[in-house]
Design a protein around this ligand. Structure first.
Ligand code: DGP
Ligand code: NA
Ligand code: NA
Length: 233
């Protein structure tokens, strides 16, 4: 049997679009051992891991975490580079994982880096922003969850009203900024053949999940047979 590498699948979108929920569900679905000894995707994907960026557990990630919680200020270029460094520090482990045949479902990646930094008022140059992440492993698939600003606002209000805990919004969690972020994502996906846009307004978690799983199924063979590429090179 040919040994296949794992797939690198990235979920992107504004804050509150449901990425993390969907990422968890995808990993669970891909790890479910189906009958007759076949992988859940016809033997191609048999094991998957959930990864998340920023990875707040590393030394760099702890700085990012403080910044996002507004516990410290950081110059825009400097924080952009820290986010990128936080992805680069995980590359050896990421490549090792994919080599082992394990697929990675990634909750945010370099596209967040570009979209969030480029959405800032004092714009950082788009090309300058790109360079920091250029050369990272290129995802096989980018699943972009698209949310309307009305639905976004409604979700935020619900989150703040719900639970017993007071929800404190992080630095970027404002609707006007998130709309700008979505506009930047729009620029990023132009001309890319590995992006899929999924409208999530008024759709149930289950419907979106099946939607995503079908896109993965349609792409799994082609992807795992190719050597992993390099981003923006
Ligand atoms: P999350 O843990 O997924 O809620 O993401 C934390 C926040 O950080 C979210 O608002 C998106 C933002 N973010 C993620 N990656 C980057 C990045 O590379 N650069 C910038 N400026 N922001 C990012
Ligand atoms: Na967030
Ligand atoms: Na999330």
């Amino acid at each position: 049997m040919i040994k296949r590498r794992g797939m690198l699948i990235v979920l992107e979108g504004c804050d509150g679009c449901g990425k993390s929920t969907q990422a968890r569900k995808l990993v669970d679905a891909l790890n479910t051992t189906p009958r007759e000894g076949e992988g859940s995707l016809g033997g191609h994907v048999t094991h998957a891991e959930l990864w998340k960026f920023p990875n707040r557990d590393t030394a760099i990630g702890r700085l990012i975490d403080e910044y996002l919680q507004n516990k410290c200020e950081m110059e825009d270029h400097a924080i952009h580079l820290l986010f990128a460094a936080n992805r680069w520090e995980m590359v050896p482990c990421l490549l090792e994982t994919l080599e082992k045949g394990i697929s990675v479902i990634m909750d945010r990646y370099a596209f967040s880096g570009l979209a969030f930094s480029a959405a800032k008022k004092k714009k950082l140059g788009f090309q300058w922003c790109k360079i920091a992440d250029q050369g990272l492993p290129r995802p096989d698939l980018v699943l972009y969850l698209s949310l309307s600003s009305l639905e976004m606002e409604a979700r935020w209000n619900k989150k703040e009203r719900d639970g017993t805990m007071v929800y404190i919004r992080e630095r970027y969690e404002k609707v006007a900024f998130q709309n700008q972020v979505q506009a930047e994502y729009g620029k990023l996906m132009m001309g890319e053949d590995n992006w899929h846009v999924i409208e999530v307004n008024n759709k149930s978690i289950e419907v979106i999940h099946r939607n995503l799983l079908n896109i993965i199924k349609d792409n799994v063979k082609i992807s795992t047979e190719k050597v992993i590429g390099k981003l923006w090179l």
